[in-house]
Design a protein around this ligand. Structure first.
Ligand code: ATP
Ligand code: MG
Length: 664
């Protein structure tokens, strides 16, 4: 590093508040601070602003019907079609502009640009094909596909005919597919023969078929041929109830399907969230509220404009991809990107190459990815021209200040605001984050709640806690993008999200409080730092410690790339802290480094949080959204039998770690 760099690093390290640049603010979709007050005063009518971003078939009567909490209804009696809003209405002005830029694994150089006209054609053909198969309004169609263009095409085709989709992440196991199809009584599956992973063809249909064998009812399956002759070795023959996507599309060439009028409250899709525990929950999202929410947040937070080339590197099999690759950006008529593969193949500059080639204007990714980029080193982004970027975003888990600053400096060149967006599958879209054209940023803190949202940090009795103290995050007023229920399980919906802080006997909406099960604290300026889920809190000798706080102290140590902290049973302390640590390239896994880590935790939090063991590992078990599945690490620490690994993206790693810790 040059002296200038050293000085810059030192300055960045000290800095706690960052202002958005004048040039960003000057062009931002939202740049007036008055929006917070306006929305508060005009609630819930303020949410017309979101609904007005869409074209409605029949106008709605009432913005919010809160007469039967927590079963809220938004934009009642309005009718609308999501596919028409994401495609048809843009054709006049943007028919020849790219709707989707797809960057395939660099195997056969077959990148695809789908203009809005192309997308219209394909979605109509797919909608006609699904109808031919018998798919009717309200039939749930499951999709088990990687990041190929047919996935958003199939989703939008379903939306067109009013059939809710249920997308299962392609990396999930056959078991996970079967459970979800059974739970949703889904009789249709769209999948593919295989896909490329790090340059090699990977069989997918085999896994899909294994899943189908566990489905208790008859099904029809549509299979996309992704691999062509490269998949011949897998020797797949389609069964009688399996149909080739290409054949179905050809048979419906040129078909036009009238978008079905959906009631605002009709289901748009189901998304199962497995969480870290128990039975998957079928989160139900509706057409009017969800689409309004994703469109509004895409505009206000991601600052999307039609002429942008917006890049979210998430997988569509995760809610982030639904809301912020497909529905939000397309509702606004912009160009949305999707890529197949991994950020480190063919080299660790894959994303930067894509940003440069396509002149991407926004990048929305996850802390787990940012930590990996940081671990690989800044030489990879440095090789590329990233000056097209105007805004950066992160989602999925708390981002520690060191990673935030690395992202700000090395990807955003200290010019792009970063939006650290807290939200969940259940909230449909963003909830807590800065409006980038309005608010200063504080690394490590997501920011204030969005305008029109009432978020509080409370103690176990539901009383607001003092600034700086840890508590539980609650949402005290409904919002359009909220889940409406858990599929066919209203009781569990109330139990999981409302019972904790609501008067469940009351019909008064003011007595109902949504509990996302995350811990958080708030500062004097109303900025919220999310500490992680409540079940990630340890009890060491009677002290409650957040795993996130300990992890943040550990990843603050130079040479640490990533850390996961769990509680293991301890005869004296109740629970003891186990720290799993990934080191950066070039860092030695020595006893001295272990001691340094332990000391950093003691310095940051106190001796009570001192790790009992520091375990070096090359990888951590991750969910599709890149979150560490701590309960598995807990099982390992306790020498227990391993829990369900079917929703991991890297199940093989668990056994490796177990061997290191338990030594057999
Ligand atoms: P599953 O694995 O079943 O999908 P999940 O809860 O991990 O379960 P998501 O809905 O994708 O699934 O994740 C939402 C959770 O992610 C939030 O409840 C919160 O714990 C965490 N999270 C998301 N964004 C942020 C953020 N910006 N800062 C802190 N935590 C975040
Ligand atoms: Mg969750």
């Amino acid at each position: 590093m040059s002296d200038d760099d050293v000085e810059l690093e030192a300055r960045l390290e000290e800095q706690e508040v960052f202002e958005p640049s004048d040039s960003f603010v000057g062009q931002a979709n939202v740049s007036d601070d008055a929006i917070y007050e306006e929305f508060d005063e005009n609630w819930p009518e303020c949410w017309q602003a979101a609904a007005d971003l869409l074209d409605w078939e029949e106008p709605y009567d009432q913005v919010l019907d809160d007469s039967n909490p927590p079963f809220y209804e938004w934009f009642t009696d309005g009718t609308i079609n999501a596919s028409a809003n994401c495609i048809d209405r843009h054709l006049d002005e943007r028919g020849d502009e790219a709707a989707i830029e797809w960057v395939g694994e660099p195997v056969d150089e077959d990148n695809v640009t789908l203009t809005y006209n192309d997308l219209h054609e394909k979605v109509n053909e797919a909608a006609a094909a699904l109808r031919d198969l018998g798919v009717g309004e309200d039939d749930v169609v499951t999709m088990y596909m990687p990041m190929i263009p047919e996935l958003p095409i199939a989703m939008l085709a379903c939306a067109r005919i009013g059939a809710p989709h249920s997308v299962v992440f392609a990396g999930f196991s056959a078991d996970a597919l079967a459970t979800r199809m059974n739970s949703a009584d889904s009789e249709y599956l769209v999948t593919c023969d295989g896909y490329y992973r790090r340059g090699d063809p990977l069989d997918h249909l085999d896994k899909a078929n294994e899943g189908l064998s566990g489905v208790e009812h008859d099904t029809d399956t549509v299979v996309v041929d992704r691999l062509g002759p490269n998949g011949d070795d897998f020797g797949h023959d389609l069964a009688d109830d399996q149909h080739d996507w290409g054949d179905l599309m050809a048979a419906n060439e040129g078909a036009e399907v009238e978008p079905v009028d959906r009631d605002a409250e009709d289901m748009l899709f189901l998304m199962y969230t497995s969480g870290t525990t128990g039975q998957p929950k079928g989160v139900k999202h509706t057409t009017g509220g969800y689409l309004s929410w994703t469109a509004w947040t895409s505009q206000a937070v991601l600052d999307i404009k039609p002429e942008d080339t917006y890049f979210c590197s998430a997988d569509i099999g995760w809610i982030t991809g639904h809301s912020y690759i497909v529905y939000g950006p397309l509702a606004l008529g912009t160009t949305t990107m999707m890529y197949e593969g991994t950020p480190d193949h063919p080299d660790r500059d894959r994303l930067w190459e894509i940003v440069e080639d396509y002149e991407a204007t926004q990048l929305y990714t996850a802390p787990t990815a940012i930590r990996a980029f940081m671990k690989w080193g800044s030489q990879y982004p440095d090789e590329h021209d990233l000056s097209s970027l105007r805004l950066l975003g992160t989602v999925g888990e708390p981002i520690n200040p060191r990673a935030w600053k690395w992202y700000y400096k090395h990807i955003g060149n200290e010019e792009c605001p970063i939006v650290d967006t807290w939200w969940q599958t259940e909230t449909g879209g963003m909830m807590v984050t800065t409006l980038p054209g309005v608010k200063d940023m504080k690394p490590g803190s997501a920011g204030p709640p969005l305008p029109g949202l009432d978020v509080q940090i409370v103690d176990t009795d539901g009383e607001e806690v003092e600034p700086g103290r840890a508590g539980y995050l609650t949402v005290n007023k409904p919002w359009p993008g909220m889940l409406r229920t858990l599929y066919k399980n209203d009781e569990r919906f109330i139990d999981e999200y409302w019972a904790e802080y609501s008067d469940t006997d009351s019909d008064d909406s003011d007595d109902w409080v949504y509990f996302p099960e995350d811990g958080a604290k708030i500062d004097e300026d109303g900025y919220i730092t999310v500490l992680g889920r409540v079940d990630d809190v340890l009890n060491v000798s009677g002290h409650r410690l957040g795993t996130m706080e300990i992890e943040s102290a550990i990843v603050g140590v130079e040479g640490v790339a990533e850390a996961a902290v769990v509680g293991g049973d301890h005869p004296v302390k109740g629970e003891a802290v186990y720290a799993y640590v990934i080191v950066e390239d070039g860092q030695e896994e020595s006893e001295a480094f272990r001691a340094e880590i332990v000391e950093a935790v003691e310095d940051a939090i106190g001796p009570i949080a001192r790790p009992e063991q520091v375990i070096f590992t090359p990888e951590l078990p991750k969910t599709r959204s890149g979150k560490i599945m701590r309960r598995l690490l807990e099982d390992i620490a306790n020498g227990d039998e391993l829990g369900n690994t079917s929703t991991l993206r890297n199940p093989e790693i668990v056994e490796d770690i177990r061997q290191v810790v338990q030594g057999d």
